[in-house]
Write a protein that binds this ligand. Structure first.
Ligand code: MN
Length: 693
């Protein structure tokens, strides 16, 4: 009797500690994410309706989906992500919590990503080392890359992308160690939730499945439990609707509980595997492999014109060149912590072989060195176990209890410090500032939900969220062919741009328009835009959203339409130079190291060569915040013009083509053709025009 009650006491003691450690780590994780909030508390530019705005562009896609789910409707072809798990979870939270929509989407990543501490502490508990769980969860919850992708306002799938596989790892470890039936169900349910949340989760699920299969065949072939686990996992991974998979999982779980079923486990596993292949469960893997092997093949439809578009990858830095230090920092906060973490993980796996089941997450994390920095977060919690294990091992060798805890605390603070420093310095701005959102707010009142707002893809999701309209491009739709017409509209003269806008909204992509206009060559079609052509019937209004911030990326915007679509040949890069760091002296204005404006004769000196200026334009806002401009014609034979935007403290040097582009004329100069456009809303940050065609 006495012995039993002792066990009970120690059990509750361990459970108490588990709960306390989870709460401590969770609170710590949340508080560290409040540093950003505290830093920008008084900055109204980051707020909308008195609340912080989010700081990830993609977040506005989920926000739009959630808004439409709550409203109960959306428009055909508006690309609203009402079927996304993030939007669905948001709706649930909005319905049960007493906070505003804006508050909920801003703080969701703070609280939800902090849940990662739970599986970390629970895994450590299984290994009989709760202190390791506390230390690992403190580090993992705030480590560099995990913080970056789950900070306040980072409203994206990342908030659960580590939490869910960590729970999966936890239930797999407990399943293998205890062989308890409930972990069969928990593992399968976790896979269902993970797949709902993040459809690309199959990569990790398969890796876990493969590891368990290998483990079973080599070390534990006679254990029926392992085959049950494999069967229920693969049923959760069928390529069928989530609710059908849920029914399969629950049904199979109850069959497994039947005494009579035990002799049929192999049959059930075999049937599950067959169902898996028949349902097409392997398809995502095959698709992925294909995309790697046939990476360079560009598909082109048979009856198409075989157009060549600009490949977006060309603007993204070549992957695979991430410096080791960046990689290490992002996983552990510091190179030394990273190296010790790897050694610690090896040592931990040696002492507790079960931790080898975490290898798929490390593997995915290390893919970052090939596939992009965003993968580093997968390695964060596992390597946090590594360093935490080293710390607890070291501390356990201390001569006294006091020294043991002191060393543990000191070393834990040491590994947290570089990550805290990172958080303190990581002052990410919101996607839009309040002046930009004010424009969209006003625009919402003037538009219908089926109207189009044309702007560069970077602004697509936020425009749709705040103004509740349609866009041509967004953060998920910005391939070469989607970007082409938008790039064309923003960087070509007003008349061609206006016609292109109406054509692309009513008719579709450039290929479609070319064919429907009776041309076989896009160049002939583009030439026809300079003539009188019949435009399709107008079905919705079209607005142009022209933010000042687009000035910085003008050359990138131009690239997408600055090419011959028939041959793929690029045209000459237009001249565009921007200077904010100029120096005014008596003789010259120095715009950059080798670019000067000579004040005496209003000429430019570029790399030591004298170049004429066609116009010298000075713009400024008067006291009523109306844009005014002085245009001085200098040399009519010259090609370059200089625009001094005095209110923005910015100099531009542009060639004639760029000067005449829609963006420069409408945004920078407010020089619009009243036959084609109507001024709708203007402030120094954004100008919105309505198409009259
Ligand atoms: Mn809509």
């Amino acid at each position: 009797m006495r012995k039993k009650s002792n066990i009970m006491n120690s059990m509750t003691q361990e459970t108490k500690l588990t709960i306390i450690y989870i709460l401590v780590a969770f609170t710590f994780s949340v508080l560290m994410r409040m540093i950003w909030v505290y830093q920008f508390e008084d900055l109204e530019a980051f707020k909308y309706a008195g609340e912080f705005m989010i700081n990830t562009n993609d977040g506005y896609a989920w926000a739009e989906g959630a808004r439409d789910l709550l409203a109960g409707f959306h428009q055909d072809g508006d690309s609203s992500k009402i079927n996304s798990a993030v939007a669905q979870l948001t709706v649930i939270l909005v319905n049960i919590l007493p906070f505003s929509f804006e508050t909920i989407i801003f703080y969701m990543p703070v609280y939800i990503s902090s849940l990662v501490v739970i599986p970390i502490v629970l895994i450590a508990r299984n290994l009989g080392n709760l202190e390791m769980g506390l230390i690992a969860s403190l580090l993992a919850s705030i480590a560099w890359s995990y913080y970056n992708r789950t900070m306040a306002g980072y409203y994206d799938t990342d908030m659960l992308n580590i939490v869910l596989p960590m729970f999966l790892l936890w239930s797999i470890i407990w399943a293998i160690r205890t062989n308890e039936d409930k972990y069969l169900l928990i593992t399968a349910l976790d896979i269902l939730v993970y797949r709902w949340w993040y459809p690309q989760s199959y990569a990790l699920e398969f890796s876990f499945f493969g590891l368990i299969l290998v483990y079973t065949l080599i070390y534990d072939r006679k254990n029926l439990y392992n085959y049950k686990l494999l069967a229920i996992m693969i049923l959760a991974m069928l390529n069928l609707d989530g609710f059908i998979r849920l029914a399969f999982v629950i049904g199979t779980f109850f069959i497994f509980k039947q005494e009579k079923a035990q002799k049929y486990i192999y049959h059930i596993l075999a049937i599950s595997v067959i169902l898996f292949f028949v349902s097409g469960g392997i398809n995502p893997i095959i698709g992925k492999l294909k995309s790697y092997i046939f990476r360079d093949v560009v598909s082109s439809s048979d009856n198409g014109l075989g157009l060549h578009f600009f490949a977006v990858m060309q603007t993204v830095r070549e992957a695979g060149q991430i410096p080791f230090e960046t990689f290490a920092n992002r996983i552990s906060g510091h190179v030394i912590i990273f190296i010790l973490s790897i050694l610690g993980y090896i040592y931990l796996s040696f002492k507790h072989r079960i931790m080898l089941f975490a290898l798929p997450m490390i593997g995915l994390g290390f893919l970052a060195s090939l596939g992009g920095l965003r993968f580093t977060i997968y390695a964060v919690p596992i390597l946090a176990f590594g360093i935490a294990f080293l710390i607890t091992e070291l501390a356990s060798h201390m001569p006294t209890k006091k020294l043991k805890y002191l060393s543990m605390i000191a070393l834990t603070l040491a590994i947290l410090y570089p990550n805290y420093k990172h958080i303190d310095g990581y002052k990410v701005p919101t996607v839009f500032n309040s002046n930009e959102v004010a424009v969209l707010d006003a625009l919402k009142l003037k538009t219908n939900r089926d109207d189009y707002v044309i702007s560069w893809w970077d602004y697509g999701y936020p425009i749709r969220y705040y103004a509740d309209v349609k866009t041509l491009v967004d953060g998920g739709r910005h391939g070469g062919s989607s970007n082409y017409p938008v790039s064309f509209i923003l960087t070509n003269p007003q008349e061609e741009a206006a016609k292109m806008a109406r054509l692309v909204v009513e008719d579709g992509g450039i290929e479609q328009i070319t064919k429907d206009s009776g041309f076989k060559d896009t160049n002939d079609f583009l030439l026809s835009l300079q003539t009188e052509i019949d435009l399709p019937k107008k079905t919705s209004d079209i607005y142009l959203y022209l933010p000042f911030r687009m000035l910085n990326i003008y050359p990138t915007v131009k690239i997408f339409s600055n090419m011959d679509l028939m041959t793929g040949k690029k045209f000459k890069t237009p001249f565009f130079f921007i200077s904010r760091n100029f120096k005014d002296t008596t003789e010259t204005i120095k715009l950059a190291q080798k670019i000067y404006i000579n004040k005496r004769d209003f000429s430019l000196s570029i790399n030591g060569k004298r170049v004429g200026i066609k116009r010298f334009v000075k713009t400024f806002y008067n006291k009523n915040m109306k844009l005014e401009k002085d245009i001085r014609f200098v040399d009519s034979s010259a090609n370059l013009s200089v625009i001094y935007m005095s209110s923005y403290n910015t100099f531009l040097v542009l060639d004639e083509q760029t000067y005449n582009s829609l963006y420069m004329q409408l945004m920078i100069l407010e020089e619009y053709d009243e036959e084609l456009f109507e001024k709708v809303i203007v402030n120094p940050y954004v100008k919105v025009y309505k198409l009259k065609l």
